[in-house]
Design a protein around this ligand. Structure first.
Ligand code: TXA
Ligand code: MG
Length: 352
Protein backbone atom coordinates (compact mmCIF):
# COMPACT_ATOMS: atom_id res chain seq x y z
CA UNK A 1 0.00 0.00 0.00
CA UNK A 2 1.30 3.48 -0.83
CA UNK A 3 1.93 5.62 2.24
CA UNK A 4 2.05 9.33 1.43
CA UNK A 5 5.17 11.09 2.71
CA UNK A 6 4.54 13.36 5.66
CA UNK A 7 6.80 15.89 7.31
CA UNK A 8 7.23 14.53 10.84
CA UNK A 9 7.66 16.96 13.74
CA UNK A 10 9.86 15.61 16.56
CA UNK A 11 8.91 17.22 19.86
CA UNK A 12 10.42 16.63 23.32
CA UNK A 13 8.06 16.98 26.28
CA UNK A 14 9.14 16.47 29.88
CA UNK A 15 6.45 14.42 31.68
CA UNK A 16 7.36 16.15 34.96
CA UNK A 17 7.02 19.64 33.51
CA UNK A 18 4.45 19.62 30.72
CA UNK A 19 4.80 22.34 28.09
CA UNK A 20 1.09 23.17 27.74
CA UNK A 21 1.59 25.36 24.68
CA UNK A 22 3.27 22.52 22.83
CA UNK A 23 0.59 20.06 23.98
CA UNK A 24 -2.05 22.43 22.62
CA UNK A 25 -0.28 22.50 19.26
CA UNK A 26 -0.10 18.68 19.12
CA UNK A 27 -3.75 18.38 20.21
CA UNK A 28 -4.66 20.66 17.28
CA UNK A 29 -2.95 18.20 14.93
CA UNK A 30 -5.09 15.39 16.41
CA UNK A 31 -8.27 17.48 16.11
CA UNK A 32 -7.41 18.24 12.47
CA UNK A 33 -7.25 14.53 11.64
CA UNK A 34 -3.49 14.01 12.00
CA UNK A 35 -1.58 11.09 13.51
CA UNK A 36 0.66 11.70 16.53
CA UNK A 37 2.94 9.18 18.29
CA UNK A 38 3.02 9.68 22.06
CA UNK A 39 4.50 7.98 25.14
CA UNK A 40 2.43 5.94 27.59
CA UNK A 41 3.63 4.02 30.65
CA UNK A 42 3.59 0.75 28.63
CA UNK A 43 4.88 1.44 25.10
CA UNK A 44 4.58 4.34 22.65
CA UNK A 45 1.17 4.71 20.97
CA UNK A 46 0.25 5.96 17.50
CA UNK A 47 -2.79 8.15 18.08
CA UNK A 48 -5.63 9.76 16.19
CA UNK A 49 -9.10 11.13 17.03
CA UNK A 50 -11.18 8.04 17.88
CA UNK A 51 -14.30 9.63 16.28
CA UNK A 52 -12.60 10.36 12.94
CA UNK A 53 -12.72 7.32 10.63
CA UNK A 54 -10.41 8.92 8.05
CA UNK A 55 -7.75 9.70 10.65
CA UNK A 56 -8.01 6.12 11.94
CA UNK A 57 -7.35 4.77 8.44
CA UNK A 58 -4.10 6.77 8.39
CA UNK A 59 -2.92 4.85 11.48
CA UNK A 60 -3.49 1.49 9.75
CA UNK A 61 -1.66 2.80 6.65
CA UNK A 62 1.34 4.13 8.54
CA UNK A 63 1.81 0.86 10.48
CA UNK A 64 0.90 -1.49 7.65
CA UNK A 65 -1.59 -2.98 10.12
CA UNK A 66 -4.20 -5.56 9.01
CA UNK A 67 -7.65 -3.90 9.04
CA UNK A 68 -9.20 -6.69 11.13
CA UNK A 69 -7.12 -5.85 14.20
CA UNK A 70 -8.98 -3.37 16.46
CA UNK A 71 -7.39 -0.38 18.23
CA UNK A 72 -7.49 0.57 21.89
CA UNK A 73 -9.29 3.83 22.71
CA UNK A 74 -7.42 5.97 25.27
CA UNK A 75 -9.26 8.36 27.58
CA UNK A 76 -8.07 10.95 30.09
CA UNK A 77 -11.05 11.12 32.44
CA UNK A 78 -14.28 9.31 33.26
CA UNK A 79 -16.47 11.83 31.40
CA UNK A 80 -14.89 10.57 28.17
CA UNK A 81 -15.83 7.01 29.09
CA UNK A 82 -19.50 7.78 28.39
CA UNK A 83 -18.63 8.74 24.81
CA UNK A 84 -16.95 5.40 24.17
CA UNK A 85 -19.25 2.86 25.85
CA UNK A 86 -22.91 2.96 26.84
CA UNK A 87 -22.67 1.31 30.23
CA UNK A 88 -19.97 0.63 32.73
CA UNK A 89 -20.87 -2.60 34.58
CA UNK A 90 -19.93 -3.19 38.21
CA UNK A 91 -16.95 -5.38 37.34
CA UNK A 92 -15.56 -2.63 35.13
CA UNK A 93 -16.01 -0.12 37.93
CA UNK A 94 -14.01 -2.35 40.25
CA UNK A 95 -11.20 -2.71 37.74
CA UNK A 96 -11.17 1.02 37.04
CA UNK A 97 -10.98 1.84 40.75
CA UNK A 98 -8.10 -0.61 41.22
CA UNK A 99 -5.99 -0.11 38.08
CA UNK A 100 -6.74 3.15 36.21
CA UNK A 101 -4.85 5.08 35.18
CA UNK A 102 -2.68 2.08 34.32
CA UNK A 103 -1.76 -0.79 31.99
CA UNK A 104 -5.20 -2.42 31.76
CA UNK A 105 -7.48 -2.36 28.69
CA UNK A 106 -11.14 -3.19 29.33
CA UNK A 107 -13.29 -4.54 26.46
CA UNK A 108 -16.94 -3.39 26.67
CA UNK A 109 -19.85 -2.89 24.23
CA UNK A 110 -19.02 0.07 22.00
CA UNK A 111 -20.94 3.31 21.70
CA UNK A 112 -22.33 4.06 18.20
CA UNK A 113 -20.11 7.17 18.18
CA UNK A 114 -17.02 4.97 17.74
CA UNK A 115 -16.59 4.15 14.04
CA UNK A 116 -16.16 0.54 12.91
CA UNK A 117 -12.66 1.40 11.65
CA UNK A 118 -11.49 1.62 15.28
CA UNK A 119 -12.98 -1.71 16.38
CA UNK A 120 -12.39 -3.58 13.11
CA UNK A 121 -16.15 -4.01 12.79
CA UNK A 122 -16.62 -5.55 16.26
CA UNK A 123 -19.45 -4.31 18.47
CA UNK A 124 -17.04 -4.09 21.40
CA UNK A 125 -14.28 -1.59 22.14
CA UNK A 126 -11.07 -1.81 24.17
CA UNK A 127 -10.67 1.18 26.51
CA UNK A 128 -7.79 2.32 28.67
CA UNK A 129 -6.70 5.33 30.73
CA UNK A 130 -2.89 5.46 30.45
CA UNK A 131 -0.73 6.34 33.46
CA UNK A 132 1.45 8.93 31.75
CA UNK A 133 1.29 12.70 32.13
CA UNK A 134 2.07 13.38 28.46
CA UNK A 135 -0.58 10.95 27.18
CA UNK A 136 -3.19 12.30 29.61
CA UNK A 137 -2.38 15.93 28.74
CA UNK A 138 -2.59 15.25 25.00
CA UNK A 139 -5.96 13.47 25.25
CA UNK A 140 -7.40 16.14 27.57
CA UNK A 141 -6.24 18.97 25.30
CA UNK A 142 -7.61 17.22 22.20
CA UNK A 143 -10.94 16.91 24.03
CA UNK A 144 -11.63 13.61 22.26
CA UNK A 145 -10.65 10.01 23.04
CA UNK A 146 -7.53 8.94 21.15
CA UNK A 147 -7.43 5.55 19.41
CA UNK A 148 -3.91 4.19 19.35
CA UNK A 149 -2.15 0.93 18.61
CA UNK A 150 1.49 0.50 19.59
CA UNK A 151 3.72 2.86 17.56
CA UNK A 152 5.71 0.36 15.50
CA UNK A 153 5.60 -1.11 12.01
CA UNK A 154 3.17 -4.02 12.19
CA UNK A 155 4.96 -7.24 13.20
CA UNK A 156 8.01 -5.53 14.76
CA UNK A 157 8.75 -5.13 18.46
CA UNK A 158 6.73 -2.36 20.09
CA UNK A 159 8.59 0.87 20.79
CA UNK A 160 9.75 2.01 24.21
CA UNK A 161 11.62 5.15 23.11
CA UNK A 162 11.04 7.96 20.63
CA UNK A 163 14.20 6.95 18.79
CA UNK A 164 12.63 3.58 17.97
CA UNK A 165 9.34 5.23 16.98
CA UNK A 166 11.25 7.43 14.54
CA UNK A 167 13.09 4.41 13.09
CA UNK A 168 9.74 2.87 12.16
CA UNK A 169 7.48 5.84 11.48
CA UNK A 170 9.40 9.04 10.62
CA UNK A 171 8.01 10.42 7.37
CA UNK A 172 4.73 8.57 7.85
CA UNK A 173 3.06 10.51 10.67
CA UNK A 174 2.53 14.19 11.55
CA UNK A 175 4.39 14.20 14.87
CA UNK A 176 6.37 12.09 17.34
CA UNK A 177 6.45 13.16 20.99
CA UNK A 178 9.60 12.20 22.87
CA UNK A 179 8.68 11.67 26.53
CA UNK A 180 11.63 9.44 27.38
CA UNK A 181 11.87 5.71 27.96
CA UNK A 182 8.58 3.99 28.85
CA UNK A 183 8.36 2.47 32.33
CA UNK A 184 6.51 -0.86 31.95
CA UNK A 185 7.95 -1.73 28.55
CA UNK A 186 5.26 -4.28 27.65
CA UNK A 187 1.71 -3.52 26.50
CA UNK A 188 -1.40 -3.39 28.67
CA UNK A 189 -3.33 -6.46 29.79
CA UNK A 190 -6.53 -6.82 27.71
CA UNK A 191 -9.58 -8.15 29.61
CA UNK A 192 -12.97 -8.80 28.00
CA UNK A 193 -15.94 -8.04 30.26
CA UNK A 194 -18.58 -8.93 27.67
CA UNK A 195 -18.25 -12.64 28.48
CA UNK A 196 -20.03 -14.07 31.52
CA UNK A 197 -16.73 -14.76 33.22
CA UNK A 198 -14.16 -12.04 32.47
CA UNK A 199 -11.64 -13.28 29.91
CA UNK A 200 -8.02 -12.21 29.66
CA UNK A 201 -7.26 -11.86 25.94
CA UNK A 202 -3.69 -10.60 26.28
CA UNK A 203 -1.41 -10.79 29.32
CA UNK A 204 0.33 -7.50 30.06
CA UNK A 205 1.30 -4.90 32.61
CA UNK A 206 -1.34 -5.96 35.18
CA UNK A 207 -0.81 -9.57 36.24
CA UNK A 208 -3.43 -12.33 36.32
CA UNK A 209 -2.93 -12.56 40.10
CA UNK A 210 -3.75 -8.86 40.52
CA UNK A 211 -6.91 -9.21 38.40
CA UNK A 212 -8.10 -12.24 40.36
CA UNK A 213 -7.68 -10.36 43.60
CA UNK A 214 -10.21 -7.76 42.39
CA UNK A 215 -12.60 -9.86 40.29
CA UNK A 216 -12.44 -13.38 41.69
CA UNK A 217 -12.86 -15.90 38.90
CA UNK A 218 -11.41 -15.00 35.52
CA UNK A 219 -10.79 -17.05 32.41
CA UNK A 220 -7.66 -17.08 30.42
CA UNK A 221 -8.30 -17.20 26.65
CA UNK A 222 -7.26 -20.78 25.87
CA UNK A 223 -5.75 -19.63 22.61
CA UNK A 224 -3.09 -17.79 24.56
CA UNK A 225 -1.84 -21.14 25.73
CA UNK A 226 -2.41 -23.00 22.47
CA UNK A 227 -1.03 -20.99 19.56
CA UNK A 228 -2.61 -23.37 17.02
CA UNK A 229 -6.12 -22.01 17.61
CA UNK A 230 -7.49 -18.72 16.36
CA UNK A 231 -7.26 -16.21 19.21
CA UNK A 232 -10.27 -14.09 20.25
CA UNK A 233 -8.21 -10.94 20.48
CA UNK A 234 -7.70 -10.38 16.77
CA UNK A 235 -4.24 -8.92 17.22
CA UNK A 236 -2.91 -12.08 18.79
CA UNK A 237 -2.98 -14.13 15.59
CA UNK A 238 -0.37 -12.21 13.61
CA UNK A 239 3.41 -12.41 13.64
CA UNK A 240 4.33 -10.04 16.38
CA UNK A 241 7.23 -8.33 18.10
CA UNK A 242 9.67 -10.02 15.71
CA UNK A 243 13.21 -8.69 15.28
CA UNK A 244 14.82 -9.01 11.82
CA UNK A 245 17.10 -11.71 13.22
CA UNK A 246 15.87 -15.26 13.59
CA UNK A 247 15.08 -15.82 17.29
CA UNK A 248 15.09 -19.06 19.29
CA UNK A 249 14.03 -19.35 22.93
CA UNK A 250 15.47 -22.12 25.06
CA UNK A 251 13.21 -22.92 28.01
CA UNK A 252 13.71 -25.18 30.98
CA UNK A 253 16.01 -25.54 33.93
CA UNK A 254 18.58 -22.76 33.76
CA UNK A 255 21.78 -24.82 33.88
CA UNK A 256 20.53 -27.14 31.14
CA UNK A 257 19.33 -24.16 29.09
CA UNK A 258 22.73 -22.52 29.25
CA UNK A 259 24.44 -25.63 27.88
CA UNK A 260 21.89 -25.92 25.07
CA UNK A 261 22.21 -22.23 24.22
CA UNK A 262 25.98 -22.51 24.00
CA UNK A 263 25.65 -25.58 21.79
CA UNK A 264 23.22 -23.82 19.42
CA UNK A 265 25.31 -20.66 19.32
CA UNK A 266 28.39 -22.68 18.38
CA UNK A 267 26.42 -24.51 15.71
CA UNK A 268 25.07 -21.38 14.01
CA UNK A 269 28.44 -19.71 14.19
CA UNK A 270 29.98 -22.70 12.41
CA UNK A 271 27.38 -22.18 9.68
CA UNK A 272 28.78 -18.68 9.23
CA UNK A 273 25.92 -16.82 10.92
CA UNK A 274 26.32 -13.72 13.07
CA UNK A 275 25.00 -15.08 16.38
CA UNK A 276 24.25 -13.39 19.71
CA UNK A 277 22.68 -14.48 22.97
CA UNK A 278 19.93 -12.77 24.95
CA UNK A 279 21.13 -13.46 28.50
CA UNK A 280 20.63 -12.14 32.02
CA UNK A 281 23.03 -10.49 34.48
CA UNK A 282 23.38 -13.78 36.38
CA UNK A 283 24.33 -15.83 33.31
CA UNK A 284 26.12 -13.37 31.02
CA UNK A 285 29.61 -14.64 31.95
CA UNK A 286 28.81 -18.21 31.02
CA UNK A 287 28.79 -17.68 27.26
CA UNK A 288 32.39 -16.34 27.24
CA UNK A 289 33.37 -16.03 23.56
CA UNK A 290 29.87 -15.32 22.19
CA UNK A 291 28.33 -11.87 21.80
CA UNK A 292 25.66 -11.32 24.46
CA UNK A 293 23.15 -8.66 25.43
CA UNK A 294 21.80 -8.86 28.97
CA UNK A 295 18.16 -7.91 29.67
CA UNK A 296 18.97 -7.40 33.35
CA UNK A 297 18.67 -9.41 36.53
CA UNK A 298 16.44 -12.48 36.87
CA UNK A 299 15.63 -11.21 40.36
CA UNK A 300 13.79 -8.26 38.83
CA UNK A 301 11.45 -9.43 36.08
CA UNK A 302 9.84 -5.98 35.90
CA UNK A 303 13.16 -4.63 34.76
CA UNK A 304 13.60 -7.48 32.26
CA UNK A 305 10.12 -6.76 30.88
CA UNK A 306 10.93 -3.06 30.62
CA UNK A 307 14.05 -3.81 28.56
CA UNK A 308 12.80 -6.65 26.32
CA UNK A 309 11.64 -4.75 23.22
CA UNK A 310 14.55 -2.33 23.45
CA UNK A 311 16.95 -5.29 23.60
CA UNK A 312 15.37 -7.09 20.62
CA UNK A 313 15.87 -3.94 18.55
CA UNK A 314 19.50 -3.70 19.74
CA UNK A 315 20.30 -7.07 18.13
CA UNK A 316 18.99 -5.75 14.81
CA UNK A 317 21.00 -2.54 15.18
CA UNK A 318 24.12 -4.72 15.54
CA UNK A 319 23.27 -6.73 12.42
CA UNK A 320 22.82 -10.02 14.30
CA UNK A 321 21.31 -12.83 12.19
CA UNK A 322 20.48 -15.41 14.87
CA UNK A 323 19.45 -14.64 18.47
CA UNK A 324 19.30 -17.40 21.05
CA UNK A 325 17.44 -16.42 24.18
CA UNK A 326 17.11 -17.72 27.70
CA UNK A 327 13.58 -18.18 29.10
CA UNK A 328 12.15 -16.55 32.23
CA UNK A 329 9.78 -17.61 35.03
CA UNK A 330 6.08 -17.30 34.11
CA UNK A 331 5.02 -15.60 37.34
CA UNK A 332 3.55 -12.09 37.68
CA UNK A 333 4.82 -9.91 34.82
CA UNK A 334 6.74 -13.01 33.63
CA UNK A 335 3.55 -14.31 31.97
CA UNK A 336 3.41 -11.28 29.67
CA UNK A 337 7.17 -11.29 29.23
CA UNK A 338 7.25 -14.90 28.03
CA UNK A 339 4.14 -14.38 25.87
CA UNK A 340 6.00 -11.61 23.97
CA UNK A 341 9.29 -13.49 23.79
CA UNK A 342 7.65 -16.68 22.46
CA UNK A 343 5.71 -14.70 19.86
CA UNK A 344 8.79 -12.75 18.86
CA UNK A 345 10.39 -16.15 18.23
CA UNK A 346 7.46 -17.23 16.04
CA UNK A 347 7.14 -20.08 18.55
CA UNK A 348 10.65 -21.40 17.79
CA UNK A 349 10.90 -22.77 21.31
CA UNK A 350 13.39 -25.39 22.41
CA UNK A 351 12.50 -27.19 25.63
CA UNK A 352 15.31 -28.75 27.66
O1 TXA B 1 -0.24 -0.80 26.24
C1 TXA B 1 -0.95 -0.85 25.23
O2 TXA B 1 -2.01 -1.50 25.20
C2 TXA B 1 -0.49 -0.06 24.01
C3 TXA B 1 -0.51 1.43 24.38
C4 TXA B 1 -0.21 2.31 23.22
O3 TXA B 1 -1.75 1.75 24.95
N1 TXA B 1 -1.34 -0.32 22.89
C5 TXA B 1 -1.33 -1.49 22.20
O4 TXA B 1 -2.18 -1.52 21.12
O5 TXA B 1 -0.63 -2.43 22.52
P1 TXA B 1 -2.13 -2.65 20.00
O6 TXA B 1 -3.05 -2.15 18.96
O7 TXA B 1 -0.75 -2.90 19.62
O8 TXA B 1 -2.79 -3.89 20.69
C6 TXA B 1 -4.17 -3.87 21.00
C7 TXA B 1 -4.62 -5.25 21.38
C8 TXA B 1 -4.68 -6.17 20.17
O9 TXA B 1 -4.28 -7.47 20.54
C9 TXA B 1 -6.17 -6.11 19.80
O10 TXA B 1 -6.59 -7.24 19.07
C10 TXA B 1 -6.81 -6.03 21.17
O11 TXA B 1 -5.95 -5.19 21.90
N2 TXA B 1 -8.16 -5.41 21.11
C11 TXA B 1 -8.46 -4.11 20.90
N3 TXA B 1 -9.81 -3.93 20.86
C12 TXA B 1 -10.35 -5.14 21.08
C13 TXA B 1 -11.70 -5.63 21.13
N4 TXA B 1 -12.75 -4.82 20.96
N5 TXA B 1 -11.89 -6.96 21.35
C14 TXA B 1 -10.84 -7.80 21.52
N6 TXA B 1 -9.54 -7.40 21.46
C15 TXA B 1 -9.30 -6.10 21.24
MG1 MG C 1 0.95 -3.73 18.85
Amino acid sequence: MHVPHRQTELVKINPENIDQKMIKHLAEIVRAGGVVAFPTETVYGLGANAFDALAIRKIFQAKGRPADNPLIVHISDMDMMAQVTAQVPEKAQKLIAAFWPGPLTIVLPKSPKIPGEVTAGLDTVGIRMPDHNVALALIAAAGVPIAAPSANISGKPSTTSAKHVAQDLAGKVEAIIDGGQTKVGLESTVIDLTTEIPTVLRPGGISIEELERVLGEIKYDLNLLNPEQAPRSPGMKYTHYAPDAELFVVEGELVKSQAKIKELADLYRLQGKKVAILASDETANYYNDHEIISVGSRKNLNQVAAKLFDTLRKFDERGIEVIISEGFATKGIGVALMNRLRKAAGFHIIKV
